[in-house]
Design a protein around this ligand. Structure first.
Ligand code: PXG
Length: 469
């Protein structure tokens, strides 16, 4: 262990797990958590991490199949990122970018992001999270149409089961009914269409025919709202939190065609898909669209420190910068120098390790090959992968694709086996998903697949014992 790891271990061991759990449940309100259930069980206390592994306060080693929360693209323990933060904190821990000032890491990162992004992007607006990024998108899109003299264009179309964050605008853009049910959402002038989820909505059609049909729901919605009132469409290239829903390859080009036809802005939410996850720098490149705005966060710093933002395409940048006067929007931490310094180190590491090409040509195809083997398992209705994201849909009856009753919570049952066997795999309903660090090697994919197969078998045994099959 390094000196730092010894220090960390000493801190973790200064109290027992029970004591940490008690303090946690007395004072810490967790995101998206039922605290009654948590207080009974006690939180799992994660104390350290290295590469693709985590350790908890009981000393268990866990393979992190979710990259933290879709973000630790370069894996844990990367010294270059630690050094970048430490250097920047010593030199200039903070200065703002509001009153005609700037800082060198924010400028350098802006340059590098412009270089890596598709060519229409030469400008960035910084935030500290994906949610703030999407709030910025809503304000920017509406401001753009104001500047162009079409203030009636306010409506933003999004998708059911999309996820765009937890702020008022982020949760409104998202299509999660549980979120809309709390807090009077969505805010006005945000409306939703159905998602391009073939397994749930497209059976009976070929995937490509379904992709066209799902994209045309956008055109129907534009016509229903009135094309002169529609400002933009937003979507994740591959839905992440919704369950790794990989759209048919016909979907995004058709969405692009429809946006072009009606002159509406296209926003690609790259918070999960950005920075190599799908085998290109950005998911829109994998899916074949040419967005006007891209939201990013997570992988830009591999989650080591919070940073997010919006890449601003040329037509919006021109209006906003050249014609628009002041855009009354910004955050204290827009362009935070430490966050930007870590992002620079992270992106340079992704480049040095050739991680985007590793995902596209090596580890992504290997993950796809190994996931396809799960199709033979009696519980599996379909598998899907895209780069380093993958999903396994659990079903009651394989031949007909019949799902389990949702109240059985079969996904949660499978997730409990994953937890018990040292694997972090998420359950979204009965869809089991992973999005591991991009640095994963083939033997590590094998190790993960052994765990996944074991957990599917244990779930099958349990369902048989319970008589639920
Ligand atoms: N857009 C997308 C596509 C996301 O996945 C956000 C925006 C919001 O980012 P911030 O940084 O504000 O959280 C996200 C976040 C899950 C889960 O359950 C996914 C996210 C966050 C929390 C949980 O998979 N994604």
């Amino acid at each position: 262990m390094s000196a730092i790891q010894v220090q960390q271990a000493a801190r973790a061991e200064s109290r027992s797990t029970k004591e940490w759990q008690q303090a946690d449940s007395s004072h810490f309100i967790h995101p998206f958590t039922d605290h009654g259930g948590l207080a009974k069980k006690g939180a799992r206390i994660i104390t350290r991490a290295d590469n693709i592994y985590l350790w908890d306060s009981e000393g268990h080693k866990i393979l992190d199949g979710m990259s933290g929360l879709w973000c630790v693209n370069v894996g844990y323990g990367q010294q270059a990122l630690v050094d970048a933060a430490s250097r920047q904190m010593k030199e200039l821990p903070f200065y703002n970018a509001f009153f005609q000032t700037s800082t060198t890491p924010a400028i350098e990162l802006a340059e590098l992001l412009a270089e890596l992004s598709p060519p229409q992007f030469q400008h960035v607006f910084y935030t500290s999270s994906g949610s703030e990024g999407n709030d910025t998108v809503v304000r920017m899109v509406r401001r753009y149409w104001d500047i162009l003299g079409q203030p009636e264009r306010k409506v933003i179309i999004s998708r059911n089961n999309g996820y765009h964050g937890s702020t008022m605008a982020g949760a409104s853009l998202g299509g999660m009914s549980g979120m809309h049910a709390q807090g009077g959402l969505p805010i006005p002038d945000i409306t939703h269409i159905d998602q391009p989820h073939w397994f749930e909505l497209g059976q009976g059609l070929s995937r490509d025919d379904f992709g066209l049909k799902a994209a045309r729901w956008l055109e129907e919605k534009i016509l229903a709202v009135g094309p002169e009132r529609v400002a933009a469409f937003i979507g994740e290239p591959v839905q992440g939190a919704g369950g790794v829903i990989v759209p048919p390859s016909s979907y995004w080009p058709e969405i692009q065609r429809i946006c072009d036809k009606y002159g509406i802005l296209l926003v690609s939410d790259e918070v999960i898909c950005g920075f190599g996850r799908t085998g290109n720098w950005f998911g829109c490149e994998t899916m074949g669209s040419k967005p006007d705005l891209m939201t990013f966060a997570k992988g830009v710093t591999s989650g080591y420190v919070p940073l997010g933002g919006v890449m601003v395409g040329e037509r919006i940048a021109k209006a906003l910068i050249a014609d628009g006067g002041e855009f009354n929007h910004g955050f204290t931490y827009s362009g935070h120098p430490v966050a930007c310094a870590v992002a620079l180190a992270n992106i340079r590491l992704i480049q040095q390790l050739n991680l985007v090409s590793h995902v596209k040509h090596n580890i992504g195809p290997y993950l796809a090959e190994r996931f396809a083997e799960l199709d033979a398992h009696p519980l599996v209705g379909e598998t899907q992968t895209c780069g380093m994201m993958a999903a396994v849909q659990l079903v009651k009856d394989k031949s007909s694709g019949t799902p389990f009753a949702s109240e059985l919570e079969v996904g949660m049952l499978c997730r409990a086996h994953c937890f018990g066997n040292g694997l972090i795999m998420r359950a979204v309903g009965d869809r089991m998903i992973v999005a591991p660090p991009l640095v994963m090697t083939r033997p590590q994919v094998d190790e993960m697949m052994t765990l996944i197969k074991r957990c599917l078998d244990l779930t099958l045994d349990e369902l048989n014992r319970k008589g639920w099959l």
